[in-house]
Design a protein around this ligand. Structure first.
Ligand SMILES: N[C@@H](CCC(=O)N[C@@H](CS)C(=O)NCC(=O)O)C(=O)O
Length: 228
């Protein structure tokens, strides 16, 4: 009989792996964290996520669930009676949260990671402007969704907070590398306060990587030749 155990294949520095880690913390679900080594893929990962071969993968009773936002939804539905609800309760709010989560992964994060790879001042400037444009859009989305509350969907951390907040460590590292603040009290006052609240939440604090440690890791991985 398969055990009911929960395991998560991930890595400490992975923003995508941070999503299910926060969700499991919110639901107080104990799990074993199986960390992949950067640059190689374990047999278990290849077997569990043969399509994308990416982390994170949640193993629940030995059954794999892939894709970070899908895992977060699975955690919310599976442990529905423990901890706060992660997805908004109204279908419209759920649709909006999923819309912004897709925007963050497909557009915003794409620009953010281009900063670290940008070559020359002109390219760097253009990418920084693209991220700031995205931040302004997300500042407005935060105001519209939170309606004056602390988080995107109210008083507690939810789906969209996790989807966006998981990138805050990498955002800080990018700011350091670029010598340019991207989220601050002047440009994005609401997001700036939200980021502080998010990072201090007890479900987030233990899994948010230390900026200096992450910056050191970033230097190592970006020093390697770019991969196709
Ligand atoms: N859409 C995926 C993205 C996951 C992802 O990009 N994971 C990275 C680590 S942060 C990875 O496994 N990269 C290895 C690779 O691309 O081969 C998700 O949301 O889970």
């Amino acid at each position: 009989m398969a055990s009911d155990e929960v395991k998560l294949i991930g890595a400490w520095a992975s923003p995508f792996a941070m999503r299910p880690r926060i969700a499991l913390n919110l639901k107080s679900v104990p799990y074993e964290f199986l960390q992949e080594t950067f640059g190689s893929k374990s047999e278990l990962l290849l077997k569990s996520n043969p399509v994308h071969k990416k982390i994170p993968v949640l193993l629940h009773a030995d059954k794999p669930v892939c894709e970070s936002n899908i895992i977060v939804e699975y955690i919310d539905e599976t442990w529905s009676s423990s901890g706060p609800s992660i997805l908004p309760s109204h279908p419209y709010d759920r649709a909006i949260a999923r819309f912004w989560a897709a925007y963050i992964d497909e557009k915003w994060f794409d620009s953010l990671r281009s900063i670290l790879k940008a070559e020359g001042e002109e390219e760097k400037k253009a990418v920084l402007a693209r991220v700031e444009e995205g931040n302004a859009i997300l500042e407005k989305a935060f105001k519209d969704c939170s309606k004056g509350k602390s988080f995107f969907n109210g008083d507690q951390i939810g789906y969209l907070d996790i989807a966006f907040g998981c990138f805050l460590g990498w955002l800080r590292v990018t700011e350091l590398a670029a010598g340019h603040k991207l989220v601050d009290d002047v440009k994005t006052p609401s997001l700036s306060k939200w980021a502080e609240r998010f990072c201090n939440d007890p479900a987030v604090k233990p899994v948010m990587p230390d900026t200096a440690k992450l910056a050191e890791f970033a230097q190592k991985i970006f020093a390697k030749p770019p991969q196709a």
